[in-house]
Write a protein that binds this ligand. Structure first.
Ligand SMILES: O=C(O)CCC(=O)C(=O)O
Ligand SMILES: [Fe+2]
Length: 313
């Protein structure tokens, strides 16, 4: 996947430019920064956005036809990432204590849910301290499965500082998104992260953003709300409203205040990952603790948690 992404960004500009669009809703979109026509300050980033859906065969013919293996490689990757999302959601619902009807409905929505691949290229930058590859942001959906090459760049907000996420060979990073924070009524927290650039080497990453169908209204699960201990913490929202916000002037990326902090980050090794996630998410007290203890079982490698709970013995 990383290799074909690299070869796409190595194509002549005219070839890549065929997919340029100012419309953030375009299902295939190549660009610089976020929206190079609108952004006052550009980020040091090129991207190829590919909207995927449960019927991949319907969208793949609109994807770039160069490099020649891009459609095949990327669609296989998209399918695998979707399966992983499904299994992680199953484990997370169990951890949250959402069972039977509620869980079945949610998983059906996940199966029909939205998926977007964001293929990022952060070119080497002569003045890396003067710019960012991506400003601090959280992802909007439920879970983001992130594949990064071996070049440093991703940082997460933890305990008032930015923490570098060392790329580990053969690992994926899974981030909690805003909609999962809302759905879990704050039990899971979405992760504030950013990307730095360097002067020596370009960096490639592929973020697969998973969520529910765009028209589905998202709000706290009824099972997680009660009048006494767990009042409702979030309004209902939907993806279409979020996109409207993004296309508006207020939707431009900005530096978020530090109190909107990072919480969870889980890096999964391919081997044993589902087992580890399921095992660790079973305890509903603090999802952070569960993810942290993954490390002790050596199924899963790293965890960063801002709630201060630390690994439990
Ligand atoms: O490149 C990375 O590590 C992160 C990319 C990212 O945050 C995104 O595409 O939303
Ligand atoms: Fe992100």
């Amino acid at each position: 996947m990383l290799d074909v992404a690299r070869r796409f960004f190595d194509l002549p500009f005219q070839e890549r430019a065929r997919y340029m669009s100012a419309d953030i809703r375009a299902p295939v979109r190549y660009g610089t920064s976020f929206n190079q026509l609108n952004d006052g300050v550009l980020c040091w980033r090129d991207f190829l956005k590919l909207v995927c859906c449960d019927d991949l065969a319907a969208v793949v013919p609109s994807w770039p036809d160069a490099p020649t293996d891009l459609r095949e490689v990327v669609s296989a990757y998209a399918r695998s990432s979707r399966r992983l999302f499904r299994e992680l959601m199953e484990a997370a619902l169990e951890a949250l204590g959402i069972r039977s009807g509620g869980a079945a409905e949610m998983l059906a929505d996940c199966d029909a849910g939205s998926q977007m691949l964001m293929v990022n290229c952060f070119p080497a930058c002569p003045e890396p301290d003067l710019t960012l590859g991506m400003p601090p942001h959280s992802d909007y959906g439920f879970l983001t499965v992130l594949l990064q090459d071996q070049v440093n760049g991703l940082e997460v907000r933890h305990a008032d500082t930015w923490v570098l996420v060392d790329p580990l060979p053969g690992s994926l990073v899974v981030n909690i998104g805003d909609h999962f924070e809302m759905y879990s009524n704050g039990r899971y927290k979405s992760l504030l992260h950013r990307v730095r650039v360097n002067s020596a080497r370009p960096r490639i990453s592929v973020a697969s953003l998973h969520g529910l169908p765009p028209e589905r209204v998202i709000g706290p699960a009824p099972e997680l709300v009660d009048d006494e201990k767990n009042p409702r913490m979030y309004m209902d929202t939907d993806f279409a409203t979020f996109l409207d916000h993004l296309s508006s002037a207020e939707g431009k990326p900005e530096v978020l205040p530090p109190d909107q902090e990072t919480h969870h980050q889980l890096m999964l090794r391919p081997a044993g990952r589902i087992l580890a996630a399921r095992m660790l998410l079973l305890d509903p007290i603090c999802p952070s603790v569960l993810l942290a203890s993954c490390r002790q079982e050596e199924h899963v490698c790293e965890h960063v948690c801002a709630c201060g709970c630390g690994p439990r013995s």
